[in-house]
Design a protein around this ligand. Structure first.
Ligand code: SF4
Length: 63
């Protein structure tokens, strides 16, 4: 899972809805907080909620 910093405008929806996977950096933009961007099975539902919440389509799901 990755976040395109050029697209992220810092709405904060992703980390408000899925704080286990996303967090705010010092500027309110999103950063992925799971190790190496690899979402463990137990957090995949949360990751998808965050992914679907982003109005900028800044979040990408990668394998
Ligand atoms: S919801 Fe999208 S635009 Fe908003 S902080 Fe998260 S990644 Fe950035």
């Amino acid at each position: 899972m990755t976040v395109d910093a050029a697209l992220c405008t810092g709405h904060g929806r992703c980390y408000a809805l899925a704080p286990e996977v996303f967090a705010a950096d010092d500027f309110g933009h999103c950063e992925v907080v799971v190790d190496r961007g690899e979402v463990p099975l137990e957090l995949q539902d949360s990751a998808r909620v965050g992914f679907e919440s982003c109005p900028e389509h800044a979040i990408a799901i990668t394998d």
